[in-house]
Ligand binder design. Structure first.
Ligand SMILES: Cc1cc2nc3c(=O)[nH]c(=O)nc-3n(C[C@H](O)[C@H](O)[C@H](O)COP(=O)(O)OP(=O)(O)OC[C@H]3O[C@@H](n4cnc5c(N)ncnc54)[C@H](O)[C@@H]3O)c2cc1C
Length: 512
């Protein structure tokens, strides 16, 4: 496979000379290659022609500069887009070239999900339920996830290629091997099978578009007025008929998008992070149950209240509720430079909408029923939902001592305890890192993309997918699902676009 790819490439350089050879080609070597959590609630085909060739190497159209698709970025979305483009173009002389700046593809897939690759979110859930996991892109992904490349199609794609998937209790899907290498091997083999060429250590520094709109030219036979010229870091250039931009959150990719007209971008900001707190309730990394972490104090947006498991760490808070809050409030946190307050209801598991008065009432009953019991001994609330060490931290921070008995407490001190249980205010001092997954919110504005084809509305022939666009999901497999779906559609659409150019050129050739 490796040698075949190289040979095809050399032939193509020779064929191209009579028309236009843009720069020196940058030919490089071608190769394929818990802790226990506790529950809390915090606030792209035109069919090619009449005679169908038997393989994509039997070109029916004159070879020219417009038969190559560049996929800039060899991450999850780029590789998936390249496979879809090459598969969709079977029978047409197309080269699909992945251009990767670094020495390896799929490097984030490798480290994803703690090395296990949380490849999807539970595909048995309804599409609207899955879409709810996207703070940005929820509405715009609707058509793609319902029709074009659904979560079920993504699961089938992997299963048809031999990947056996399992669903964990929290909805995360992993390969049964618990190894991201399974996903990498499957993607790279699929790319190899459809003849995708991959170039490593080839950074794209700029892309020039020949703008048809500014020219009176009719399409010319060599397709040279439908070209993108890709400029590489080593000073060489290469022409492509279309570009799939799949550069993830890389600033260099954002610059490319801007230079092609997507300016301004939706400001990129981090999403999925932990919160460092000045006064963590507990100095331990113990986990607790049934709390409620409200959102930023004083802001009343619905999304800024999240409910679910919460983890107390050495530096502050983490766990699903915190991560969801960081995602849905990514921009608000950025606006306050990650300094502010969060309010937690530690008892949300047993009393979801509890307020301090209700909790006070429950606690006050104990002064009558168990006056001799130590306040610090055990949480007396129904379902006893607060773990012992957290309970003690709340009790002591409310002014009780280890000797305090329920029978001798004042209502004022119990009211303070009730408030600390339901409205525990923590000072956020900075953003932490959730090492298992993080993502960038922002990027290319979805309003500037045709979400049926993933083609730019500003720059025809440019397709976008993955994290470079303003889509991000909460932790749990949502971000890769975005890569599979937008990548597939960008790939398929780019090859359809390329086929339509070839058909047009063929017609021009026949007329001349
Ligand atoms: C530690 C970690 C764990 C994660 N785990 C999960 C998980 O388990 N499940 C999940 O759903 N999501 C997970 N994510 C998020 C997920 O990995 C990303 O959303 C996804 O990888 C984005 O894919 P992408 O193809 O858009 O971009 P990327 O994977 O970032 O790929 C972009 C590629 O483009 C290349 N590139 C950039 N600029 C240029 C240029 N100018 N020229 C050439 N090449 C260029 C880069 O080198 C890179 O290889 C995780 C993220 C991290 C950081």
């Amino acid at each position: 496979m490796i040698s075949r790819t190289v040979i095809r490439r050399e032939r193509q350089v020779q064929r191209r000379r009579p028309w236009r050879l843009a720069g020196i080609f940058a030919v490089t070597a071608v190769s394929f290659t818990t802790k226990r959590n506790f529950l809390a609630t915090i606030t792209t085909g035109l069919s090619s022609s009449s005679s169908s060739p038997s393989s994509r190497h039997d070109a029916q159209f004159a070879p020219n500069n417009s038969n190559k698709i560049a996929v800039v970025g060899g991450g999850a979305s780029g590789i998936f887009a390249a496979i879809a483009a090459a598969e969709n173009n079977a029978g047409v002389a197309t080269e699909v070239v992945v251009i990767e700046a670094t020495s390896s593809t799929l490097s984030k897939v490798k480290i994803s999900g703690g090395g296990r690759c949380n490849v999807l979110h539970d595909t048995s859930k309804s599409v609207p339920t899955i879409l709810a996991g996207y703070p940005r892109g929820q509405r715009e992904l609707n058509g793609l996830y319902h029709k074009r490349f659904t979560p079920t199609m993504a699961r089938d794609w992997f299963e048809q290629r031999g990947v056996i998937l399992k669903v964990e209790e929290d909805g995360r899907m992993f390969p049964v091997t618990d190894s991201s290498q399974t996903i990498i091997d499957t993607l790279m083999k699929a790319a190899e099978n459809v003849g995708v060429e991959i170039r490593y250590r080839n950074k794209v520094v700029s892309i020039d578009k020949k703008n048809n709109d500014d020219s009176d030219d009719e399409p010319v036979a060599d397709g040279s007025n439908n070209l993108f010229t890709v400029n590489y870091k080593d000073g060489t250039q290469e022409d492509f008929c279309s570009i799939i931009l799949a550069t993830g959150s890389a600033p260099a990719g954002h610059l490319l998008a801007k230079s092609l007209g997507h300016d301004p971008l939706v400001q990129p900001v981090p999403s999925l992070f932990t919160l460092n707190c000045k006064h963590a309730v507990s100095s331990s990394d113990d986990e607790n149950e049934n709390g409620l972490l409200h959102g930023l104090s004083g802001v009343s947006k619905q999304q800024l209240v999240q409910e679910g498991p919460l983890l107390i760490t050495h530096h502050g808070i983490s766990g699903p509720a915190t991560l969801r809050l960081s995602a849905f409030a990514a921009r608000e946190f950025r606006d306050i430079n990650y300094r502010g307050h969060v309010t937690i209801n530690w008892d949300a598991g047993s009393l979801p909408n509890s307020n301090p008065d209700q909790v006070l009432e429950e606690l006050w009953k104990v002064t009558q029923t168990n006056p001799k019991r130590g306040v610090a001994s055990v949480c007396p609330l129904p379902n006893n939902s607060i773990p012992r060490r957290l309970w003690q931290a709340l009790v002591f921070s409310s002014g009780f001592t280890s000797d305090s008995k329920w029978g001798s407490v004042s209502k004022k001190s119990v009211r303070l305890l009730a408030q600390n249980i339901v409205e525990c205010r923590l000072e956020i001092t900075s953003k932490g890192t959730f090492k298992e997954e993080f993502v960038t919110a922002g990027g290319v504005d979805l309003k500037e993309i045709n979400m049926k084809t993933m083609e730019s509305k500003i720059c025809p022939g440019l397709f976008l997918c993955g994290e470079v666009i303003n889509v991000d999901g909460v932790t749990g497999g949502y971000n890769f699902m975005n890569c599979w779906s937008t990548g597939f559609v960008a790939g398929e659409s780019s090859s359809s676009y390329q086929t339509s150019l070839l058909v047009k050129e063929n017609e021009v050739q026949q007329q001349s």
